[in-house]
Design a protein around this ligand. Structure first.
Ligand code: CS2
Length: 492
């Protein structure tokens, strides 16, 4: 296997692999990040690495996993170092990232994470815990007070399990120790992610103690962010290819695209890294950027994922190249999504959309439709349903958006078009199975799905035009299959 990537072997890297130019032994820690998955390591950790390279060494990151020990087990023997491979048709750029100053596995030792979050020098707690990690109802944004982790954390607030439980306990401890509060930075693909996080944390704190609830509401800054970089899961083939290129073994390299974007509301009372040095944009209000990204990129992604998977396409690049899919997504973006977006000075939407097509076609990324299909119940509201609400509000058609919703339904039924089982990963998978069992017609299935209030709310199911267009899409998918359904849509 050769030597392993670590502080001691950094000097053995090939000259064309970039690496930390700073002295890692002098790094301080200013950030605790919850959810050190691949996305964080390709995004916030890379921007922070650039700030450290610029000479401000206060911003090392302690990363916490809230579930498994996998990341810590892979990276601890490498002193937290790992490779980021930015790939497209033109080639591959490798960088070794050094911004990690420690890794904690919360379930093994909740106290270690709380101790890190309570240190006075900690200025920011950032999060990529995925949509379901907020323990909220995706349709309303309210904290789900019946969620097993939330109930656990209310009963045992000093040894929490959920991100919200850790955050609120750390805020309480800092407050009683007299340390200034940290800024909470959500980096997940949720609408108004900072405000959503603040609502959930405030409600949880209130349930613990009224005064603590008020403190969170009044004292904790939660800027919203728009984050963007496509990061497919790493495969063993990727590991082997990276080891070959580095001449060193890296147990968990990250595969991504050259593109990266981060737009952040500038509200950091405790201070922050100058991420703008690394290309981040600071703005007063991120909402319009977030809508653009969630509706155009993520909305297209989910639509491509469900329809593509059903039509037998393993990756996004294969799906977008298949007959009819490009035209469907072009019409989806131009005719149905773009009219719902507010103007963004300085952003040319035509260029943005053309770039999205290029990114989806990236031949060097094997981004699996199955990966994007995960957790659809948590993703649908911000990616498709809110757009549909806007379309209904202006009396405009939304057949392509509705086909995306119907494809999610068809997918979560759990059998592909050849009858083989689909490995459906979704927190509502069981509930969906029990509600849809015994139903076969598009009409009955649509009724069963629309009863999921945490996904559809109470407004959409009562709109006849919504029910009708979803049912039409589902009927087409059940009778003719995804490829034929897609072929019905012509280029605009
Ligand atoms: C994807 C996103 O898996 C998914 O749901 O749509 O992870 C997407 O790749 C990122 O949001 C891109 O920034």
């Amino acid at each position: 296997m050769g030597n392993r990537l670590s502080n001691n072997t950094l000097g053995e890297l090939p000259a064309d692999v970039s690496r930390p130019a700073y002295d890692r032994s002098r790094l301080q820690t200013g950030i605790v990040h919850l959810g050190v998955g691949a996305f964080h390591r390709a995004h916030q950790a890379v921007y922070t690495d650039a700030v450290l390279n610029g000479g401000d060494l206060r911003w090392g990151i302690v990363g916490a996993s809230l579930r498994s020990a996998e990341t810590r087990d892979a990276l601890a023997p490498q002193d937290g170092l790992y490779t980021v491979a930015a790939r497209d048709g033109a080639g591959e750029q490798l960088s070794v990232v050094g911004s990690s100053t420690g890794l904690v596995v919360a379930p093994e030792d909740p106290e270690a994470l709380l101790t890190a979050m309570t240190r006075p020098e900690m200025k920011i707690v950032s999060l990529t815990v995925t949509e379901k990690g907020y323990c909220h109802s995706p349709s309303s944004g309210d904290l789900d007070e019946t969620h097993p982790d939330i109930r656990h954390d209310l009963a045992s607030p000093r040894a929490p399990r959920s991100a919200i439980g850790f955050i609120v306990e750390a805020i309480a401890r800092r407050r009683s120790a007299g340390h200034a509060p940290f800024t909470l930075l959500s980096c997940d693909n949720l609408p108004a992610n900072g405000r959503t996080l603040k609502r959930a944390a405030t409600r949880f704190a209130e349930l613990r103690d009224h005064d603590l609830g008020r403190f969170v509401a009044e004292q904790i800054a939660c800027p919203s962010t728009m984050v963007d970089r496509i990061v497919p899961a790493t495969t063993d083939a990727d590991r082997a290819a990276i080891a070959e290129r580095l001449g060193l073994y890296d147990a968990w390299p990250i595969m991504t695209e050259p593109f990266s974007q981060w737009v952040i509301e500038d509200d950091f009372p405790a201070g922050r890294p100058e991420w703008e040095q690394a290309g981040a944009t600071f703005v007063r209000d991120v909402d319009a950027y977030e809508l653009m990204k969630l509706r155009l990129l993520n909305g297209s992604h989910s639509t491509l994922a469900y329809l593509g998977y059903l039509a037998g396409h393993e990756t996004v690049a294969e799906a977008i190249a298949a007959p009819g899919f490009g035209a469907l997504i072009q019409g989806f973006m131009d005719e149905e999504v773009t009219p719902t977006l507010p103007d963004l000075p300085g952003i040319d939407l035509a260029t943005y959309k053309a770039d999205l097509f290029e990114r989806f076609r990236n031949p060097a990324l094997r981004h699996r439709t199955w990966q994007i299909a995960m957790d659809g119940s948590q993703k649908l509201p911000q990616r498709l349903l809110n757009t549909i609400r806007d379309r209904i509000g202006s009396g405009a058609p939304f057949a392509r958006l509705a086909l995306g919703v119907a494809a999610w339904m068809r997918y979560t039924l759990g059998r592909d078009e050849k009858g083989a089982p689909i490995d459906v990963r979704d927190p509502l998978a069981e509930l969906i199975r029990s509600r849809t069992q015994g139903h076969a017609s598009a009409a009955d299935l649509t009724t069963a799905f629309l009863g999921l209030e945490q996904v559809f709310g109470t407004d959409l199911p009562s709109r006849p035009e919504f029910r009708a267009s979803v049912e039409t899409g589902l009927d087409l998918l059940l009778r003719e299959g995804a490829a034929a359904a897609v072929a019905r849509f012509r280029a605009p």
